[in-house]
Design a protein around this ligand. Structure first.
Ligand code: G1P
Length: 296
């Protein structure tokens, strides 16, 4: 039996420079997608996949994230006294259990591999998930489950390490981590190679790493060496390439869509897509969109 995946690492130390001035005083992970911070969507996805403990790797000016996942006594008390039971219940439903969150700081922006390595003591010696909070996922109409739940299902089947991928236009492959496909099972496949941000025209496939991983704890000893790669950063992809020599990696073709909220277009599209999935907002929003697009 494979060990269960109980813990998730969420690297949230990034500066959000692509979203200035919005991110001058507000962490980019706290920008709202419909009516909740982007990061909360990601935590919900992790919970849906059975994650019990959330390890946030934060940085300076990110303390509001810690507050968001804590009780807010005055607010809750006021809501209760004003009879706003629905709002109160919604806050309570979203609150992680006491002791289910940990916060550690990445002291310098040395790369994603370094951010994950910062969580080593909290994760300990067990397989764990990594969710990049810039990426927000929505399951397809048929599958519904979001990306991490599909990764956990693949882990139960294959064991070892799992990476979620999606197709990207070939001309965008240089912006991402790209995998090579070995034995193919359709929804999952053996990964035979990976490359971080391959120069244009050299990508081995157009399947990009979307930011959902299940990793064996052996990755920490590899990241410990602090070797730098693409962009002079300690890359998670490079650490995983080394881990491939010791343990299998499988890819999951995510049945759904990933929105790259690190980009303005992805962020705006995610807002529209998530709003259109909400029965309370979708009908009037559809009318507004038609008006804006001049088709009404
Ligand atoms: C990181 C990963 C990359 C992955 C991407 C997804 O890159 O290193 O492999 O494809 O996230 O967003 P970054 O976006 O931090 O440059």
């Amino acid at each position: 039996m494979n060990k269960p995946i109980r813990k998730a690492v969420l690297p949230v130390a990034g500066l959000g420079t692509r979203f200035l001035p919005a991110t001058k005083a507000v962490p980019k992970e706290m920008l709202t997608v419909v009516d909740r911070p982007a990061l909360q969507h990601v935590v919900e996805e992790a919970r849906e996949a059975g994650i019990e403990h959330f390890v946030f790797v934060t940085g300076r000016n990110k303390s509001v994230i810690e507050d968001h996942f804590d009780m807010a006594y005055e607010l809750e008390d006021t809501l209760k006294r004003r009879g706003k039971e629905k709002e109160f219940a919604a806050l309570m439903a979203d609150l992680p259990k006491a002791g289910a969150t940990s916060f550690t700081r990445q002291q310098a922006p040395l790369g994603l591999g370094h951010a994950v390595w910062c969580a080593r003591d909290i994760v300990g010696d067990e397989p764990f998930a990594v969710l990049l909070p810039d990426m927000i996922t929505m399951g397809s109409k048929t599958r519904q489950s979001r990306c991490l739940a599909q990764c956990v299902a693949a882990y139960e089947r294959h064991g070892g390490n799992i990476i979620a991928v999606e197709e990207v236009p070939w001309e965008e492959t240089h912006q991402y981590g790209i995998v090579s496909v070995g034995r193919d099972y359709g929804d999952t496949f053996e990964i035979t190679g990976m490359v971080e941000k391959p120069p244009k025209g050299t990508a081995p496939s157009n399947l990009y790493i979307t930011g959902r991983y299940i990793l064996l704890p052996e990755i920490f000893a590899i990241l410990d060496k602090g070797e730098t790669g693409a962009g002079g950063e300690i890359q998670l992809t490079d650490g995983m390439i080394k881990l491939m020599a010791q343990a299998p990696f499988h890819g999951v073709r995510f049945d759904g869509r990933t929105y790259d909220c690190g980009m303005k277009l992805g962020f705006l599209t995610a807002n529209v897509a998530f709003a259109l999935a909400r029965p309370d907002i979708a009908p009037p929003l559809r009318e507004e969109l038609k008006r804006l697009l001049g088709t009404n």
